[in-house]
Write a protein that binds this ligand. Sequence first.
Ligand SMILES: [Ca+2]
Ligand SMILES: [Ca+2]
Ligand SMILES: [Ca+2]
Ligand SMILES: [Ca+2]
Length: 303
Amino acid sequence: MKNKFTLSNHKHLFLFVVFLFCLASCKKDDENTTNEIPANDYGEQHIIENDSIIDFMQNHFYNYEDFSNLGPGDAPELIIDSIKGNNSNKTSIYDQVSSFQINVKDSNGDLFPHTAYYVILREGIGESPTVADSVYVRYKGMLLNKDVFDKRNTPIWLQAKNVVRGFQEFVPFLKKGNIDINPNGTYNFTNFGLGFIIMPSGLGYYNTATVSIPSYSPLIFQVEMITLNRTDHDNDTVLTILEDLDGDSNFDNDDTDSDTIPNYQDPDDDNDGVPTKDEYDVNGDGVADDTDGDGIPDYLDNE
Ligand SMILES: [Ca+2]
Ligand SMILES: [Ca+2]
Ligand SMILES: [Ca+2]
Ligand SMILES: [Ca+2]
């Protein structure tokens, strides 16, 4: 037994649990879906929810004292409470967050910026995942009323592209940690990235309701970013992240040869009969080959 969590047994573990992510409630198409009401205008809905998120953050604090001087293996549970009574002098979440914006496309193709707020509690020490990668995470999901709708104490592999958009876009802010194997065969996770995000429902389930998540619910996720695998779903040597040609974090809408198989699942992206892996980077310089110099790399160039 090797004493390091190597890429090969890492992948082995991935294959073993690959089907389990279907069970995770942060995926987009939840099996517990009970109701879907007509979709509101994204712009108007975002204004309403952003106001309620800001109000929430101004009137709540998290247990930030528990996250100071963290040991390498520490990952306290995020606790959020109201600023009042004995806690009236706590620093609000609002005064501690950073934010980022994500454009959400409606059915007409119009883009609506959505703001998510986050706190990095420990950055982590290794590489960061992309929005296409498989991530090995523990997480807790909450509503603004502090109801916990999901909690994973045991790490689980998730494909970032299969979870709600806010979760997908947040994991690249975190870095993975170290994994060592103990003498008894258990794993020891240390120095992994840790943080939480507060997102409007436009980055979550929006008008879809589940048993535990009403329609138009802003979501809070605490995430522990333990480790990751780069993904190449079609094994064509082009990483899945590079097959999102328009960079919108949606991998299903990039289909160069219009054969209904998106590039990330298509081993011959330009349908010229030459597998992508045999024309992507033949000279091995790490840059996609472009033999005829027309700016379209060979693997996407049906000429
Ligand atoms: Ca895309
Ligand atoms: Ca295709
Ligand atoms: Ca491909
Ligand atoms: Ca080809």
